[in-house]
Write a protein that binds this ligand. Structure first.
Ligand SMILES: Cc1cc2nc3c(=O)[nH]c(=O)nc-3n(C[C@H](O)[C@H](O)[C@H](O)COP(=O)(O)OP(=O)(O)OC[C@H]3O[C@@H](n4cnc5c(N)ncnc54)[C@H](O)[C@@H]3O)c2cc1C
Length: 379
């Protein structure tokens, strides 16, 4: 039976676990990271890979997202991992969408967002994918990055091991924590502290804590096209009117209420499944498209064709891709809390639980990891 020692044990090889491991290891701590599977298979490998500060409301959350972005850029460069620093464009085809985008363009720059309204001609210049007919313009923001989640979860752990000596224990589920002892698979480890980043696993460790916290799950359906022709670039990651009603960022816009009412009356099916449509490009040229939001602890194993059809129907209203064929469909699940953007608690001395509960874990990961490691004094 293997035995080992570490200053900090991180449970979970998703992006949150990797971010905490990075923050602690960079500060010279001996870190061991446990992941139940041979490779992380949770939300972190199933997402768009959007680092999306524009989705965070002004103030502390936006500042955390921007700090996270800064660390993302640092680690992507150090690990030589590909990413697209393309920014984002929320396009408007309806008057109320343009009103919200313009209102935010007026509010944003004074509140830390590098964003502005662009007219239809500039929007078309920025993205060759956009449908010209009816396009009024859009909200361009420079901060958003796209990474390829599949590349990140497979290569980042190796970088952490090579550069910072993080000990990787994959295929090794942690089933008991009684500090200093941690039991994982057949192994026993000794650690000073533990950070549990188990994503939406509420059942294995501290089930009582998760039950009391009022957490549930959110399921999202996703699609990915075949690679686009060599050299063809989507430009910024794209979103449209439905997305303006989704992120809390835009709640400051007086016209948002009217937009929400209009969507609810015109196309209640989009509200029913929590659909808004975004797309980003991978380094290999595929386009990742999503998504929907179904809430509840029991996640439906089976995907709904109706949801995929609605996503693709809305997509066609604003985007034309040279190669629209869908190559892959999947779903992902994240932990959800009705109000908190992330949940953190200390169920016993030396143990910290951290899970992002608002579908923005790629964006917040490195900022949150740094903050938590600083708070627990593992820094
Ligand atoms: C479809 C989809 C699209 C999304 N798009 C975006 C996006 O573009 N931008 C963005 O910012 N966010 C996005 N999100 C949200 C983001 O993906 C999540 O917030 C984030 O990945 C959560 O990371 P995590 O490490 O907490 O969880 P996970 O990625 O789920 O990782 C948790 C890991 O812990 C492991 N684990 C659990 N318990 C144990 C145990 N006892 N022992 C060992 N291992 C254990 C699991 O096997 C798992 O690998 C999206 C989410 C989904 C589902």
């Amino acid at each position: 039976m293997m035995r080992g020692k570490a200053d900090l044990a991180v449970v979970g090889g998703g992006i949150l676990g990797l971010a905490h491991a990075y923050a602690a290891a960079r500060r010279g701590k001996r870190v061991v990271l446990f992941e139940r599977h041979g490779q992380a298979r949770g939300a972190s490998v199933r997402n768009f890979g959007m680092v999306w500060p524009i989705g965070q409301p002004a103030g502390a959350m936006h500042a955390l997202a921007m700090r996270s972005r800064e660390i993302w850029l640092e680690i992507l460069a150090a690990a030589e991992l590909p990413y697209l620093p393309t920014g984002s464009l929320h396009v408007a085809y309806r008057r109320d969408e343009a009103d919200v985008a313009k209102e935010f363009a007026a509010f944003g720059p004074a509140n830390g967002y590098d964003c502005r309204w662009v007219d239809a001609a500039e929007a078309l210049k920025r993205s060759p994918a956009l449908v010209e007919r009816g396009l009024l313009g859009g909200l361009f923001s420079s901060a958003e990055l796209t990474v390829d989640p599949r590349v990140i979860v497979s290569r980042l752990p190796l970088f952490l091991a090579e550069r910072y000596g993080v000990v990787l224990r994959y295929e090794c589920a942690v089933h008991s924590i009684e500090l200093p002892a941690i039991k994982a698979g057949e192994e026993t480890w000794e650690a000073g502290q533990v950070v549990l980043c188990g994503g939406d696993d509420f059942e294995t460790l501290y089930p009582g804590l998760f039950a009391q916290a009022g957490l549930t799950r959110c399921k999202l359906q996703m699609l990915r096209t075949v690679p686009q022709p060599r050299g063809w670039q989507l430009g910024p990651a794209l979103a449209a009117g439905l997305t303006l009603r989704y992120y809390p960022t835009f709640e400051v816009c007086p016209s948002l209420r009217g937009l929400k009412t209009r969507v609810a009356e015109e196309s209640p099916e989009y509200d029913r499944w929590g659909i808004h449509v975004m797309l980003s490009q991978t380094a290999h040229g595929e386009i990742t498209i999503g998504d929907s939001h179904e809430y509840g602890a029991d996640v439906d194993v089976f995907d709904k064709k109706e949801i995929d059809d609605l996503i693709l129907r809305y997509l066609e209203s604003f985007v034309r891709l040279p190669e629209p064929a869908i190559a892959q469909r999947w779903h992902g699940v994240y932990a959800k809390h009705p109000a908190m953007p992330y949940f953190t608690a200390s169920p016993e001395p030396g143990v910290r639980v951290v899970t992002v509960t608002s579908g923005i874990g790629m964006t917040l990961s490195f900022g949150l990891g740094e903050k938590i490691i600083h708070e627990i004094g593992a820094a």
